[in-house]
Design a protein around this ligand. Structure first.
Ligand SMILES: [Zn+2]
Length: 335
């Protein structure tokens, strides 16, 4: 359990800390600003102003809802890999490829040596930190996922590309920590896709986190978790943020067979559905987690980023998560 580690970092959290995976939907005024910017009707400065307003909107909402560990909401990002590819040297923009059903994205090309020049997310972290006193996660996409979702031209193989990315992205982690970030989330959803490459992902995560003083979370989704469990426990992070609700909590069965050894951010609401889960349903999912996992190890959040929901749906789902955590705190804390 990593409560002691968090306390050592000066972070005191209640039982079942509530957080979110990272992205929230962009409010209408930001969608309009992005469209206006794309068609040259407004300048970059006007777009960034809208991004700051939207960031503040979500910081205030999370505070009002009673979320314990906040995120900046990723108002400045398009795609989670594309954003980093655009901001690292060595990448070129690729053509449109299809992903997840009917969504298209531009698959970046690693065309040259990857190099981190300057902080990518830091200014947004600092902006958000400046408007809240709550703990705030530093967030970046992990090297394995950026490698997996890119075409590799420059490097001879996937491992070499992945490790090169890790070495450069470590600079981003260090920049966040130097500025005061104590909880860093490295999103690596692609890790579960190719079990044979898990050792590469582990090696890369060591490069990202070894010797650094922070509490590390890794978000992994698109589960085929049965293929990488329990091997994934060797990833050097403190907390796995996992999509549990969407898979009917199947992973709890795996935890019964081979005991789970880290903290967990346990997804209790489905992000793919418009439906807002009833409170008893969410509470029940959390209760099921607590049958298998020690209560000190459990954080609560939605399954994945909420960016594809409407603003109202995202708020309602976060409210359901907060309510479940509060209800369970009330009956658990005196035990
Ligand atoms: Zn996810």
């Amino acid at each position: 359990m990593s409560r002691a580690k968090l306390q050592g970092l000066g972070i005191d959290l209640p039982l079942f800390p509530v957080t979110s995976v990272g992205s929230f939907p962009k409010p209408d005024f930001l969608l309009k600003a992005r469209a206006d910017y794309a068609s040259n009707r407004i300048r970059r400065g006007a777009l960034e102003k809208a991004e700051r307003q939207a960031t503040e909107f979500w910081i205030r909402k999370q505070e009002e809802l009673g979320v314990d560990v906040l995120v900046d909401g990723e108002m400045y990002r398009g795609d989670m890999v594309g954003y980093f590819a655009e901001n690292l040297d060595g990448f070129e923009e690729g053509g449109l490829v299809r992903s997840y059903g009917n969504r298209y994205y531009r698959k970046p090309i690693i065309a040259d040596e990857i190099h981190w020049d300057e902080p990518i997310t830091l200014e947004w972290w600092k902006y958000a930190r400046g408007i809240t006193s709550k703990p705030l996660k530093g967030m970046l996409t992990g090297p394995y996922t950026i490698m997996d979702w890119s075409f590799i031209e420059y490097y001879p193989d996937r491992r070499t590309a992945c490790l090169a990315l890790a070495k450069e992205l470590r600079n981003e982690v260090e920049a966040l920590i130097n500025e005061g970030a104590k909880i860093i989330q490295i999103d690596d959803p692609a890790i579960s896709a190719r079990p044979e490459e898990l050792p590469v992902a582990i090696e890369a995560m060591h490069i990202m986190t070894d010797g650094l003083r922070a509490y590390f979370i890794s978000h992994i989704c698109y589960g085929a978790f049965e293929n990488i469990y329990p091997g994934m426990l060797d990833l050097p992070v403190d907390n796995f943020d996992l999509e549990m609700a969407n898979s009917g909590l199947d992973m709890l069965e795996l935890f019964k067979r081979h005991s789970y050894t880290k903290d967990i951010s346990f997804g209790v609401v489905d992000v793919h559905s418009h439906l807002i889960e009833d409170e008893p349903v969410v509470e029940q999912r959390l209760r099921q987690a607590l049958e298998i996992l020690p209560k000190e190890a459990v954080w609560v959040d939605p399954d994945c980023g909420l960016k594809t929901r409407t603003v109202d749906e995202a708020i309602a789902k976060m409210q359901a998560v907060v309510n479940a955590a509060m209800a369970l705190r009330a009956v658990t804390s005196d035990k």
